[in-house]
Design a protein around this ligand. Sequence first.
Ligand code: MG
Length: 161
Amino acid sequence: MRIGHSYDIHRLVSGRPLILGGVQIPHETGLLGHSDADCLLHAIADALLGAAGLSDIGQQFPDTDPAYQGADSQVLLQKVHALITQKGYCVVNIDATLVAQAPKLAPYLFAMRQNIARCLHILVEAINVKVRTHEGLDAIGNKEAIAAWAVCLIDQREPVQ
Ligand code: MG
């Protein structure tokens, strides 16, 4: 068994869709980035790559590559799943925390978990996503950014399907 963790943060700007966990969420601002800037999926992908000793998404999918401009991060997560599968690992579970002052994300968490589970070919019960505010502090608390933390466990055995 191997453990991995990661963190990601993206700036909130007007004129961009807000996409978290592959779910488009109605909001007046969205996350800025080369891809769809889905910080939750980026944190999860980085945690999985870290657990498998495969560096990070910046190395695997460079933001200088036009192929990833506006990319759906669910596709990146599927590619990460393929990479760790090639090394003989399956995902045991993932625990993630979104930190956002606004909007309220609780109604979307189950849909996010379903997307993540589908990308990783595991049960939705193996994915946990929590959300909390930043108590009004700093850039996240000022609604200028959204961040995500993720921890994962991978193992060299068949996944529970
Ligand atoms: Mg990112």
